[in-house]
Design a protein around this ligand. Structure first.
Ligand code: AMP
Length: 282
């Protein structure tokens, strides 16, 4: 595995592969790798000759009072895991290499961001879209892999690629979970024991809502209020940030279920904000 830290270094390395016509798959991450990230590498390996992973905790997607400084980091462990999983190139840039002119340009996302995490994290998806525009320009991937756990991010990335006519195929991958159903996340290490115990109910409640839907509960408001009531029963040590149901990936509100809908939840715990979702299809 090659470890590369600057865009220039990456571009000279990749030129040979491109000349040989090798396909490039890209897995962007913020590091502190877990099985969720590793599942994306697995998918990428199956689709492409060369797998590139980036590890970059992107400052522009964190709000002033968010956890940029304390975001969990462990680069030496990440490099070992990436190599074990068959990543060919890991790109670990510095902030000044990604933002050579500081914030001279930022992508302003105007759709799909006034709900869910976008509503509670103003500017977050501007930062995500900006860094991905930069990363796609540097890495030049044929395909890029994203987790459905961050469903709104995936919806924004799909919109970004379409809107800017970027020659990359975006692939959404299923959420990887702990044995008890909790979605794997770098932030799970920040849960206290009691928070971890009750957090298991998040996915259980979502799964039950999906089941109810499959049994014929079609009214959005009924699905939403059942999820909220159930979460209120179990979540005693965190606060429910949102329970929302939208069309996916457009993230529009609708009274009755449409083709593909998402039920999404965010819970704020003392040191970690957890998100999860299920997608239901007609
Ligand atoms: P992050 O490092 O949290 O920015 O995540 C990097 C990529 O891994 C994103 O595309 C995430 O959606 C994806 N990811 C994070 N957690 C999971 C998970 N539990 N299952 C599948 N993909 C995940």
């Amino acid at each position: 595995m090659k470890v590369v830290t600057t865009p220039r270094e990456y571009q000279s390395l990749i030129a040979d592969y491109q000349n040989e016509g090798q396909s490039i798959a890209f897995v962007p991450t913020m590091g502190f790798l877990h099985e969720g990230h590793l599942s994306l590498i697995d998918k990428a390996k199956k689709k492409s000759d060369i797998v590139v992973m980036s590890i970059f905790v992107n400052p522009t997607q964190f709000g002033p009072n968010e956890d940029f400084d304390s975001y969990p980091r462990n680069l030496s462990r990440d490099k070992v895991l990436a190599e074990q999983y068959g990543v060919h190139i890991v790109f670990i840039p510095k902030v000044e290499d990604m933002y050579p002119n500081n914030r001279m340009f930022m992508v302003n996302v105007l759709d799909r961001v006034d709900v869910l995490c976008g509503a509670s994290r103003p500017g977050h998806f501007d930062g995500v879209a900006t860094v991905l525009l930069k990363l796609f320009n540097i890495i030049r991937p044929d395909t890029a892999f994203f987790g459905m756990k961050d469903a709104q991010q995936l919806a924004v990335v799909k919109g970004l690629v379409e809107s800017f006519h970027m020659p990359v195929t975006v692939v959404g991958c299923p959420t990887v979970r702990e044995a008890d159903g909790l979605a794997k996340s770098s932030r799970n290490v920040r849960l206290t024991d009691i928070e971890r115990t009750e957090a298991v109910h998040i996915f259980k409640v979502l799964e039950k809502a999906k089941h109810d839907y499959e049994q014929g509960v079609l009214a959005i408001q009924s699905i939403q209020s059942t999820v909220l009531n159930e979460l209120n029963r179990y979540i005693k040590n965190g606060s429910i940030d949102y329970v929302e149901v939208y069309t996916y990936p457009e993230l529009n509100f609708q009274f009755e279920t449409a083709n593909q809908m998402i039920i999404a939840v965010a819970i704020q715990y003392s040191q970690a904000r957890l998100i999860d979702n299920v997608v239901i299809e007609l």
